[in-house]
Design a protein around this ligand. Structure first.
Ligand SMILES: Cc1cc2nc3c(=O)[nH]c(=O)nc-3n(C[C@H](O)[C@H](O)[C@H](O)COP(=O)(O)OP(=O)(O)OC[C@H]3O[C@@H](n4cnc5c(N)ncnc54)[C@H](O)[C@@H]3O)c2cc1C
Length: 430
């Protein structure tokens, strides 16, 4: 590639946002709304495909602050009122109806087509004044003496040094900044593989249950998601340990077909349908970045942390992360000080919520744990459990996880995720 290093077609910016997914669009909208000049660097042409279609009820609140609720109401996205769990023998649990617990219109959320949803969020950022450069690929952070000065960006065959006081990495699960700075810390117990596809004409439940997310168990604590989408399409995928899924070989179509027959509910629901998309696969390394920020740099959404998707927490954490990171950036710009420790509070706030979800995910994968047995022994904790499942992550879940600890090992909070300390050796190397 010929090299030309200039700011090129990139407008002057107070903040660069890497990535136009839910975290990046939210960060850009919040900053632009506050009068900041913000430029989003996005390599894909939108609308673009993404997995991750099921929203949690508490997405309502950041979406409301973004002015998105009316647009979602007017969309064709499927209304989601509940989540239900299906045992390995096909028996269905009593659904968790969100409205039984939450007397607020947030109790109805959506199963979205991410291509449309992400486009709506990005358009909203543009409406608020953000500039988006599409087809631009960030190649690396521009680091000088441990300070991030911007991004080296490839666009139309040229390389550009694009500088701004702050860069917000919202580049998703590949951990753009965290990889360059060697900050990725995998969560070894949550190292799974996901194999998924889409069906048309598969069975859907009726009425209020039509949009339910179903989590169907497999032997050995693997699970299926079954998510009804607009247009008679269903998103269906299996998540399990690599050695379980690949025990007869790595042909993902064959693995998917075999696992469908392992849960009678999934088999019966897919039987009238036909597959309408290729089978896709991803290794799902849950991880957290060692730090959430350096001088002039903040990480948000999957770029900061990725958690196993069993409870559909990714988009919520991306919306909240994008919003809170942007508020911290705005305050830092106002103070004329974008050093790392300005973002410590943001990191700690995000980690507290992520830890609640992470504990529940750990419990889910433990042989001895089930929601049924937990609630049988501690029926008064149904409210706390539902709060965690709907994404009310700022609540104190001490009592809930004490009770969960009677059935499953509850992990300690990870001791990192704050802003980088001044003398970090990885930054010096970068
Ligand atoms: C199998 C699976 C199932 C999931 N199911 C759910 C679910 O049901 N519900 C849920 O809430 N979450 C789910 N998730 C998680 C969810 O998809 C993510 O948490 C969410 O998309 C994170 O948003 P983000 O904005 O951080 O990143 P992304 O949505 O990944 O957006 C990142 C953007 O950055 C751009 N980008 C990346 N690198 C560069 C670069 N170098 N230069 C320029 N642009 C770049 C990408 O093109 C992309 O548009 C699932 C995830 C997986 C893997």
């Amino acid at each position: 590639m010929p090299e030309r290093r200039s700011a090129g077609p990139f407008p002057e910016a107070d903040a660069l946002v890497l990535g136009g997914g839910p975290a990046g669009s939210t960060a850009a909208a919040v900053l632009a709304q506050r009068g900041r000049r913000v430029v989003v660097i996005e390599r894909e042409r939108f609308p673009r495909y993404s997995v991750g279609e099921s929203l949690l009820p508490y997405c309502y609140f950041p979406l409301e602050r973004l002015g998105m609720i009316e647009k979602l109401r007017a969309s064709s996205f499927v209304k989601k009122y509940s989540v239900q769990f299906v045992a390995t023998d096909g028996r269905v649990s009593t659904p968790f109806y969100f409205f039984q617990h939450l007397e607020h219109e947030a109790a109805q959320t959506w199963q979205v087509l991410r291509s449309e949803f992400d486009q709506m969020l990005l358009d909203n950022a543009v409406d608020r004044g953000a500039k988006v450069v599409i087809g631009a690929t960030a190649k690396r952070l521009l680091m000088r003496d441990g300070v991030c000065e911007g991004l080296l960006v490839a666009l139309d065959g040229d390389l550009h040094e694009v500088r701004a006081p702050v860069t917000v990495d919202c580049g998703g699960r590949h951990g753009f900044a965290a990889t360059q700075l060697r900050w990725i810390v995998p969560d070894p117990r949550l190292n799974k593989v996901a194999i998924w596809t889409y069906y048309r004409g598969a069975k859907r439940d009726k009425g209020r249950d039509e949009g339910a997310t179903t989590v169907a168990y497999l032997p050995g604590k693997g699970w299926f998601w079954y998510i009804p989408l607009p247009g008679d399409t269903v998103s269906v995928g299996v998540v399990a340990e690599r050695k379980y899924l690949y025990r007869d070989g790595k042909d993902i179509e064959a693995v998917f077909a075999r696992e469908v027959t392992a849960n009678p509910w999934i088999e019966e629901h897919l039987r009238p349908g036909r597959r309408c998309e290729p089978v896709r696969v991803t290794a799902e390394y849950s991880y957290r970045s060692k730090y959430c920020a350096a001088d002039g740099l903040v990480l948000a959404g999957d770029a900061f942390t990725f958690l196993d998707p069993v409870f559909s927490s990714g988009v919520l954490l991306a919306l909240l992360g994008g919003e809170r990171a942007a508020l911290a950036v705005d305050a830092a710009l106002a103070a004329g000080d974008v050093r790392a420790d300005r973002f410590s509070g943001y990191g700690m706030e995000m980690c507290a919520g992520i830890e609640a979800m992470r504990k529940l995910v750990y419990a889910f994968y433990e042989e001895a744990f089930s929601f049924g047995s937990l609630l049988k022994k501690h029926p008064h904790l149904r409210g706390d459990l539902t709060d965690c499942l709907i994404g009310n992550l700022s609540k104190d879940f001490g009592q809930l996880f004490e009770a969960v600890g009677e059935f499953a090992r509850v992990p300690e909070a990870l001791p990192y995720g704050s802003a980088v300390a001044q003398a970090d050796e990885t930054l010096a190397a970068a």
